[in-house]
Design a protein around this ligand. Structure first.
Ligand SMILES: C[C@@H](O)[C@H](N)C(=O)N[C@H]1[C@@H](O)[C@H](n2cnc3c(N)ncnc32)O[C@@H]1CO
Length: 147
């Protein structure tokens, strides 16, 4: 899994079009979203993550918590983003992993939104620009090797 973490004044998105034949079913309300003072986490779930989804979720949540505590962010935006890797996991596995990351972060007390899965989306982001405002993390299951 590849993550790009951007500490932002706000992130807002608007769903535009289907990017998959069967995108995640969403309500009218989910077609737009915005969070202020947010740690935006753009996530590409990778093929290697299919070897142990539970473990990669644990590792991703730990990394996100670590960055959130460093930048003192209480709001987290989990944003499916298929552009950080050329070895993507299947959509079904990716969606399950992203939903579980969202759930676990909520259990940890964060205010979490997750952008809809399987769509083209317009988005606006205002990066804060401090030294820790732009970070990337890669997590893989267990002993899996990252080429
Ligand atoms: C398109 C661009 O504007 C938008 N931002 C987009 O990326 N849409 C992606 C994700 O929402 C989701 N998706 C599919 N597979 C994956 C995966 N392995 N990991 C993460 N997301 C995935 O399905 C869409 C098409 O790949």
């Amino acid at each position: 899994m590849r993550m790009l973490l951007i500490h932002s004044d706000y992130l807002e998105y608007e769903v535009k079009d289907k990017a998959l034949k069967k995108p995640e079913e969403i309500s009218e309300e989910q077609k737009r979203g915005r969070l202020e003072e947010v740690l935006a986490v753009f996530v590409s779930v990778e093929k290697v993550d299919e070897q142990n989804p539970e473990e990669v979720v644990e590792k991703a949540v730990a990394e996100i918590k670590d960055v959130a505590s460093q930048v003192k962010a209480q709001n987290i935006f989990v944003y499916p983003f298929a552009h950080l890797s050329s070895e993507l996991a299947s959509p079904d596995v990716a969606l399950e992993i992203l939903k579980t990351i969202e759930e676990k972060l909520k259990e940890e007390g964060f205010n979490v939104k997750r952008a809809p899965f399987g769509y083209y989306k317009a988005f606006k982001l205002s990066c804060k620009g401090h030294p820790l405002a732009e970070l990337s993390r890669t997590v893989v299951p267990g002993e899996a090797r990252k080429e």
